[in-house]
Design a binder for this molecule. Structure first.
Ligand code: ADP
Length: 463
């Protein structure tokens, strides 16, 4: 660790032990990053995860509650208490669970611990899609056409806004997430019913009836920009990813860089994201998500945390995003400048899920046999091993298969080879489906949008 950077850490940020408030592959990934930085780790688990392999490699391993996530991985009080008892100075939330919970970030800081992520106020601004859109517009980030205010109650005003945007439009809940709280309206006579239904859904699911309206883009790609910022006024973007391969708004395959986007088109968007981070005083890692259609980018939301797909950017940029995230939380100055950031070659990530490859229903049980691929440009992020019991309580992600090669075509060939060498027995996985997808011609040519995977699945079912 360079001397100068060590000295730049603010005294109040120092910590030598990190509690990892998560499970599965990301708990293992964060633990590795901590160890490489010379930090001690506290792993936590629910009753269902008592046998987790990352427990035995952590400095402490504590069970904090029953299998239901609400009583363990979402139990803020138990997590903060455990961190204090185990002597941790910081909490890394991973992704999902409490990672985008502003009240948790606040409670962690109030307990005198460091939250490895942005401030509670940044999480709150970006967690409300209307205030996020307003902040992005103010920073000059291109947004989907539509007002940056909540819809009023007056029906005539709502009709006028919809006409100004032009049909089709999409109604969205300000507090929505996980692909829920959205409704497409193709024409005017369906408008009021769609608003009533979405408002009711928003009230029930997100605790706020606040809605907004924007243009519905019909054939976009999902392209996102990774950023990292320190506490000293430095912000960088680390390149872009394409996450258009989605099923039910859930990403399945991700790649970096997004294919066929000229540097002079993406460059101003990356710089606008950096400017937005500086304007809102953002700290830590984050992702700006965009829809991309007919050569134009439209901001949809920001994720204020580490993302599942961060490895494809690590492969192409050479930056260890998790280590960098921990170091900025310690108060260090970023040890890179924008001019140092390059994008080398091409990377793909496949999410390997414990689910039926046809019905996509989750598949729990014991892994009786496991073979993982190895070789140049192949990385596997996982927590499973032969004998591991996949529990039915959590997300079905059991491993991420990541490849890197000089060109997109070579990276695809490498992924085909890596998938051929991956064997998981005892439970069902989506590996057969991923193998078939990597044989698809349109995917190989980069001719896909956010609807492609669903259409491809429909055609396969019909065949
Ligand atoms: P969530 O927070 O629930 O993930 P997002 O705003 O990120 O919601 O949108 C999720 C997905 O919904 C996008 O990846 C895209 O597939 C679709 N979507 C969202 N907004 C639009 C839009 N204006 N036009 C077309 N599709 C959209």
């Amino acid at each position: 660790m360079p001397e100068t950077l060590e000295h730049s850490a603010a005294a109040g940020h120092r910590f030598d032990t990190v509690l990892i408030a998560n499970r599965g592959e990301i708990a293992a990934r964060i633990q590795r990053a901590c160890r490489e930085l010379g930090l001690k780790t506290v792993a936590i688990c629910s009753e269902a995860d008592r046998e987790a392999p990352y427990g035995s490699t952590a400095d402490s391993f504590l069970c904090i509650g029953p299998s239901t996530a609400a009583k363990s991985y979402l139990n803020q009080h138990a997590i903060i208490l455990t961190a204090r008892l185990a002597g941790a100075g910081a909490i890394h939330p991973g992704y999902g669970f409490l990672s985008e919970n502003a009240a948790f970030a606040d409670a962690v800081e109030k307990a005198g611990l460091v939250f490895i992520g942005p401030t509670a106020s940044s999480i709150a601004i970006m967690g409300d899609k209307i205030s996020a859109k307003r902040a992005m517009m103010a920073a000059g980030v291109p947004c989907v056409p539509g007002p940056d205010t909540a819809l009023p109650d007056d029906p005539a005003t709502i009709e006028r806004i919809a006409l100004e945007i032009g049909y089709p439009i999409i109604i969205k809940a300000a507090g929505g997430g996980g692909g829920r709280g959205m409704r497409v309206v193709p024409k005017a006579d369906l408008l009021h019913e769609a608003i009533a239904l979405t408002r009711e859904e928003a009230r029930k699911a997100f605790g706020s009836p606040s809605l907004y309206m924007e243009k519905f883009l019909e054939h976009p790609r999902h392209i996102e920009i990774q950023v990292i910022c320190d506490d000293h006024g430095n912000a960088l973007w680390l390149g872009h990813r394409d996450c258009s391969m989605q099923r039910r708004h859930q990403k399945v395959v991700e790649e970096a860089p997004a294919a066929g986007i000229a540097p002079d088109i993406i460059q101003p968007v990356g710089l606008a994201c950096v400017k937005a981070c500086l304007q809102i005083g953002y700290r830590g890692v984050g992702t700006f998500e965009f829809l991309y259609e007919d050569g134009a980018f439209y901001f949809i939301e920001m994720n204020t945390r580490l993302q599942v797909e961060h490895p494809v950017t690590e492969m192409t940029s050479g930056v260890d995003i998790v280590q960098a995230q921990i170091r900025v939380a310690q108060g260090h100055v970023l040890d890179l400048i924008q001019g140092d950031v390059t994008c080398e070659g091409h990377s793909f990530e496949c999410r390997i899920n414990a689910e039926d490859p046809e019905s996509f229903l989750p598949s729990a049980g014991v892994v009786t046999h496991l073979a993982l691929p190895a070789g140049p440009g192949i990385r596997v992020d996982t927590h499973i091993h032969a004998g591991y019991k996949v529990s039915p309580y959590y997300d079905s992600l059991i491993a991420k298969l990541i490849v890197h090669a000089p060109t997109r075509a070579e990276a695809m060939a490498r992924m085909r080879e890596a998938l051929a060498g991956t064997e998981v027995e005892g439970i069902s996985t989506n590996i057969p489906f991923l193998r078939a997808l990597f044989e698809d011609g349109a995917f190989a040519r980069g001719e896909t949008d956010i609807h492609y995977l669903e259409q491809w699945l429909k055609l396969r079912r019909a065949a």
